[in-house]
Ligand binder design. Structure first.
Ligand code: BES
Ligand code: ZN
Length: 641
């Protein structure tokens, strides 16, 4: 009876929310709001789960079920004066449905000049713009065609491309460009099937001003001649969100046999020193989780406007310069992007609902890599900090957004970024590890990466694999019910593992004693504290501190001038929340020189809580806006209105 009711409710919701299998329903009307008429006694997650068409990509107009693109050949000229990429994309495809006559691609803000197949022009049409999905490009195909050639150009406001003027670079002499395709921005610089379940190999010819170097998420030859024409090939099939390009006055420095770093000259040595353990990380990861499938692993260090910490573009992770701290304290970011070479790039989420398969596995692997390379203490501290980040999101997010296999129908993936797929995913995997033992769990992971290599999979495929493997072998330790609770319910299951760190206990003691007034700031025995301990010290302060307390801390520990961007972030957040004005100059500099959204967004949000704060936010935003990436603008402009 209950089951029947759930099905009826699910169907009702499907109809009411305008959600059907038809991809034309990919619009805002199919949002996640539950209709009040649906009986709340049916848990909302049951209703949602039944209404979702598992494996359907609600964020693409493409029709890979009929025609699948298998190879891309790009030929693009980079025009810095017009801020456009112009050229051609040749797409080779396979017909899954032999009667299919139309190829449907994703685009956003692209100008399509013409499309040819077998040397002849063919008809095409560009649909109206959806608010965040862009517009479908439908191409009529001659019966025998197995390839189309699209001549197109991008818009200067392409959401996946940032164009930087020379002043916005470290060297100040040359312009710079980088792309950021995840989640659904590849379509703003290439017309393609922009879905993580479509994998393609690619080749590219990139034409740039002669002084500049182009690099891509593909084979990069560190010794290439700087002649303005660069050739790339990616022989392994990858999803579109991993296609990436950057152009600038880039230089290369080797860090090991298979690893090296690209960046502007000014920071090249600092970057190579900071990330000099990359080769060891690569070796350790291979040893534990199986061979690295991508040949070289290089890093590209971007200008500070890069909106993320890192992006796992295959063979060439894109990295924010804000983690170059001078002491390797923030290099877990490198472990994270490297780990994606296994979880994400080799085994890929089938839809953005399944993002936790990418990020949760990667976060789990990151902890393991940090433990292998830097030892238990570092691992424990990072695990506690991660657990605290997760708790903050659990406390702040609505229940539906706490679900790992999140319902994203009608939502822009950019708006749903949180720690849930990352830290909840990792905590879930840690539980599996603890229940079955590390050795067994590692065996399972090896098998998983091998079984699904170069495939895009859904949450449900993962669960079914788990049922056939670990769950079967360890039925005394694991239950399907518990696994489903982790994946489909909000919150954190009761009795979940709680990471602990001895290195943090002494920080707790110091903080408590200082707050009680039994110890003065200059009596805190912090000489041996590492960055993580400082972060833990600051992140666990009570919400309200007095001006005297803040001034004391600042005087003794020079927090306002901390060169560590994470410590500075935590301190500035405290300063905003307690209106500690001596930190506001630094705050302004911070907001106008860093574009990494994770670092600036909480500050804008905190500032927006008071009228005086909002004025400061508006001032910083107005000054910084031209240099921010489109994603950072979009994520923060709401706070200053
Ligand atoms: N792939 C992500 C970045 C991403 C996720 C972009 C979803 C767009 C949509 C990348 O690997 C990542 O997780 N970056 C984090 C790193 C951190 C968790 C170590 C970041 O940028 O903060
Ligand atoms: Zn990631």
């Amino acid at each position: 009876m209950i089951i029947k009711y759930i099905i009826v409710a699910a169907l009702a919701l499907t109809v009411l929310s305008g959600c059907s299998d038809d991809s034309s329903s990919n619009n805002n009307s199919s949002n996640t709001a539950f209709n009040p008429k649906v009986d709340q006694s049916v848990s909302s997650y049951e209703v949602t789960k039944n209404a979702i068409n598992v494996g359907k990509d609600y964020h693409s107009f493409a029709n890979p079920e009929s025609i699948k693109v298998t190879h891309l050949n790009l030929d693009l000229t980079v025009d810095f004066s017009k801020k456009i990429l112009v050229g051609t994309a040749q797409l080779d495809f396979q017909k899954e449905d032999l009667n299919a006559t139309q190829l449907i691609l994703d685009t956003r803000d692209l100008t399509i000049n013409n499309v040819t197949a077998m040397g002849e022009k063919v008809n095409f049409s560009l649909a109206n713009d959806d608010s965040f999905l862009g517009s479908a490009l439908t191409i009529d195909l001659p019966a025998e065609a197995d390839s189309v050639l699209i001549s197109y150009q991008t818009s200067p406001k392409a959401s996946g491309v940032q164009w930087l003027s020379p002043e916005q670079t470290a060297g100040k002499k040359h312009p710079f460009l980088f792309t950021q395709a995840q989640a659904i921005h590849a379509r703003s610089f290439i017309p393609l099937q922009d879905s993580p379940q479509v994998r393609m190999t690619y080749e590219a010819t990139i034409r740039t001003p002669k002084a500049l170097l182009a690099v891509m998420s593909a084979s990069n030859d560190p010794g290439t001649e700087r002649d303005g024409v660069y050739e790339f090939s990616m022989p392994q099939p990858i999803p579109s969100y991993l296609i990436a390009l950057s152009v600038g006055d880039l230089h290369f420095k080797s860090m090991g046999e298979r690893t090296g770093v690209y960046s502007e000259k000014g920071i090249l040595d600092a970057a190579a020193a900071e990330f000099s353990d990359t080769e060891s990380m690569l070796i350790a990861t291979e040893k534990a989780f199986g061979p690295y499938s991508w040949d070289r692993y290089d890093l590209l260090i971007l200008p500070p406007s890069f909106p993320f910490g890192g992006m796992e573009n295959p063979r060439l992770s894109f990295i924010t310069p804000t983690v170059i701290a001078g002491d390797k304290s923030l290099v877990s970011l490198i472990a994270h992007e490297l780990a994606h070479s296994w979880s994400g790039n080799t085994v890929t989420n089938a839809t953005w609902r399944d993002l936790w398969l990418n990020e949760g596995f990667t976060t789990y692997l990151t902890y393991r890599i940090m433990q292998m390379v830097y030892g238990d203490e570092r691992f424990e501290m990072e695990a506690v900090l991660g657990r605290q980040d997760l708790q903050a999101d659990i406390d702040a997010l609505p229940a539906n957004d706490q679900i790992m296999a999140i319902d994203l129908r009608g939502r822009d993936p950019d708006d749903v970024f949180s720690n849930i797929p990352y830290e909840k995913g990792a905590l879930f995997l840690r539980e599996l590890e603890l229940k079955v033992g590390r050795e067994n769990f590692d065996q399972f992971l090896l098998g998983y990466f091998e079984k699904f290599a170069f495939k895009s999979i859904t949450t449900e495929q993962f669960i079914s694999y788990l049922e056939q493997t670990l769950l079967k072998e360890h039925s005394d330790q694991l239950s399907k019910q518990r696994i489903e609770e982790w994946i489909f319910q909000p919150g954190i299951p009761r009795d979940a593992h709680a990471p602990e760190s001895d290195a943090f206990s002494i920080v707790d003691q110091a903080r408590d004693a200082w707050l009680e007034g039994t110890v003065q700031a200059d009596e805190i025995d912090s000489k041996k504290w590492v960055v993580h301990q400082w972060l833990y010290f600051l992140n666990n302060m009570p919400e309200k501190l007095s001006q005297k307390q803040l001034a004391d801390l600042d005087k003794v520990f020079a927090l306002t001038s901390s060169k560590n961007n994470e410590i500075a972030h935590s301190w500035l957040l405290i300063s905003v929340n307690n209106w500690y004005q001596p930190a506001f100059n630094r705050l302004h500099n911070y907001l106008t020189s860093i574009g990494r959204n994770k670092l600036v967004k909480p500050l804008y949000k905190a500032l927006s809580q008071t009228p005086e704060g909002k004025i400061m936010a508006q001032k910083a935003f107005a000054e910084a806006r031209a240099g921010y990436h489109p994603l950072t603008v979009k994520a923060n402009e709401g706070f200053i209105q």
